[in-house]
Design a binder for this molecule. Structure first.
Ligand code: PRT
Ligand code: ZN
Length: 286
């Protein structure tokens, strides 16, 4: 039998686009026609299952899929036995408690004896237990935000990203109970040959992620300030220094994180750097 691993990704929704572009940036080619539920890569031993995100932790823990890309909120809520291999840095959001805007919020005791509507009964239940709050959890699968206005519950616990859905529904966020982003999960009992393929995939994902967060910087500097400039942009091993045609000047090439770049830009300019170019990096292997 051909040795191939299976990864479950969301069919359509907030995770799909970023999941598929990460895989494509790893150089993995596949056909993803609309309505297709399965697809096999043409240049990497991997098969894709396109599923609802709610089902992904279960499929991975059962071993129907070896890997999955899903939000941490779903992994924790479904409480299945899976390994989290890697945080992927997209689909960031939080799970929060919210109450009607006009209500006064005194602290978590506000929820004592109250009704809370949510699609995340496990995460909410664990949080309330920890805080020793006795509240009734009403599990509903969608449109949680309207629960207070129709009299179903006094508060809600739902995913928040920009906060505009809460605002539009006359609610205010009062407690953040869980932070989430997309993660790569794996079955707990992968065969050794599957682990080898998973490691290859992880190696590529790491190279893509490092590339995304780093920049290639080129600048011109007078030779007398090279020492100072090198200390500001030390790069991977050390920067490349090339002489310019104009005597007394050099071109300095280095790699640094975008944050580092913004932190050091003023000092670089003060040290005499000019003609500064910042170029994206596609992949980076250290
Ligand atoms: O059909 P399927 O079951 O696969 O998808 P789904 O509808 O269950 O999930 P989907 O695609 O909406 O979200 C997938 C995952 O994206 C979630 O499990 C989270 O991990 C993550 N994510 C990131 C979000 C949000 N941001 C988000 N804003 N999931 C949901 N929302 C919703 C939230 O429920 C609320 O209705 O957006 C609204 C709040 O957004 P703001 O920006 O108004 O605050
Ligand atoms: Zn879902």
């Amino acid at each position: 039998m051909e040795q191939i691993i299976r990864i479950a990704v969301q069919k359509s929704g907030r995770l799909s686009e970023d999941s598929l572009s990460l895989i494509k940036e790893c150089g993995i080619k596949f056909y993803n026609g609309t309505g297709k539920l399965k697809s096999t890569s043409t240049n990497f031993p991997i098969e894709f299952l396109f599923l609802r995100d709610d089902d992904i932790p279960g499929y991975v823990s059962d071993g129907v899929a070896d890997l999955g890309i899903v939000g941490e909120n779903e992994v924790t809520e479904k409480n299945k036995e899976v390994l989290t291999l890697k945080k992927l840095g997209f689909s960031k959001c939080r799970l929060s408690l919210a109450i009607p805007k006009g209500e006064e919020y005194s602290g978590i005791e506000y929820f004592q004896g109250k009704n809370i509507a949510t699609s995340y009964p496990k995460i909410l239940g664990d949080f309330l237990n920890l805080k020793k709050i006795d509240a009734a959890i009403h599990e509903i699968s969608g449109s949680v935000e309207i629960a207070p206005s129709i009299g179903l519950a006094e508060g809600i616990c739902d995913i928040v990203s920009s906060g505009s859905t809460l605002m539009m529904n006359g609610l205010k966020e009062v407690e953040e109970i869980f932070k989430s982003e997309a993660v790569l999960i794996a079955n707990n009992h992968l065969a050794e040959w599957k682990k080898v393929i998973v490691d290859k995939l992880l190696f590529r994902m790491n190279a893509v992620q490092k590339g995304r967060s780093s920049k290639y910087v080129l600048l011109n500097a007078p030779n007398e300030s090279l020492e100072k400039i090198i200390s500001l942009i030390p790069g991977m091993r050390s920067p490349t220094i090339l002489p310019l045609a104009q005597p007394g000047w050099s071109s300095v090439h280095s790699v640094l994180s975008e944050d580092q770049f913004w932190e050091n830009i003023e000092e670089l300019r003060a040290a005499g750097a000019e003609g500064i170019l910042v170029v994206p990096i596609e992949k980076m292997v250290i």
